[in-house]
Design a protein around this ligand. Structure first.
Ligand SMILES: [Zn+2]
Length: 87
């Protein structure tokens, strides 16, 4: 297996979840925005999460994380842990 060299640390799923509103606002620094894109390019869970956030924002016109219930967020993070349980 060949590992591609990265010049930056990969975002964790939890970091991505914390950054998603800034990402959708276009408020992330360019480097962080790129790292975010790299992550969702290969992480189906986060890609789906970002898409759901996009739809939530489109529906509510709001970028607040309050749009997502704490229960939904816990479920999501638990799913991330499950997917990554070997790592
Ligand atoms: Zn992820």
């Amino acid at each position: 297996m060949t590992q591609t060299a990265n010049t930056y640390d990969e975002l964790s799923c939890q970091e991505l979840v914390e950054l998603v509103t800034d990402y959708l606002e276009g408020a992330l620094p360019e480097e962080l925005h790129t790292r975010f894109d790299e992550h969702i390019a290969h992480c189906t869970g986060c890609s789906t999460y970002v898409e759901q956030m996009r739809l939530t924002i489109a529906a509510t016109g709001s970028l607040t994380l309050e749009s997502i219930s704490p229960e939904a967020e816990r479920t999501l993070l638990a799913a991330f842990r499950d997917w990554k349980r070997s790592g």
